[in-house]
Design a protein around this ligand. Structure first.
Ligand code: NI
Length: 184
């Protein structure tokens, strides 16, 4: 295991479309994912995409712990706001319905900033795990947001280009004037 260097906004690897993984069960992918998870945890991120560690492949890792969800929600509503540590290889995201939701995002490749980003509120996603088995889930809330944010990285998209109003791009030192953000 190793902590990998994180590419920052402006590095070309973050602007390109990542390539599909030919064999999700390849041991080299398992080693990459192991290093990505260690890097994500070290950097206190909620998610990480392979291009962020200079590897232009369609691999993401993320977690959406319960404490990041809205405690006002019922148990059932809260359920798909949360996700265990998940590896998704060659992920696909499908939007369910037309509802959109604004939420604060951060990104390990855009350090020090937070931005308010509106995204589809409800999605279904599908990908492969490290054994080549299909992972398929529906997600809402922070869970849906982190999956969309990470999958955007695979298409060379960083969250600022999803923002409708750059007035809502702020330094995290000023987030105390708004609401707590997340880093992905
Ligand atoms: Ni990010």
């Amino acid at each position: 295991m190793a902590i990998l260097k994180i590419a920052k906004m402006g590095h070309p690897v973050l602007a390109q479309k990542a390539a599909a993984v030919a064999n999700p069960a390849d041991p080299a992918i398992r080693r990459l994912v192991s290093d990505m998870v260690e890097t994500m945890i070290d950097a206190n991120g909620a998610g990480l995409a392979a291009p962020q560690v200079h590897v232009p492949l369609r691999v993401v890792v993320f977690q959406a712990p319960g404490e990041r969800s809205d405690p006002g929600l019922s148990e059932e509503e809260r359920y798909d706001h949360t996700a265990p540590l998940t590896v998704l290889i060659n992920p696909e995201v499908q939007v369910i319905g037309s509802a959109r939701e604004a939420g604060w995002e951060g990104c390990l490749s855009v350090p020090g900033l937070r931005g308010l980003v509106e995204r589809p509120a409800h999605i279904r996603y599908r990908g492969y795990d490290l054994d080549g088995k299909v992972v398929e889930r529906t997600a809402r809330g922070f869970h849906a947001r982190v999956v969309q944010h990470e999958c955007d990285h695979l298409d060379g998209i960083l969250y600022p280009s999803r923002m409708g109003d750059l007035k809502n791009l702020i330094f995290e030192s000023e987030a105390k004037h708004w609401v707590k953000g997340e880093e992905a």
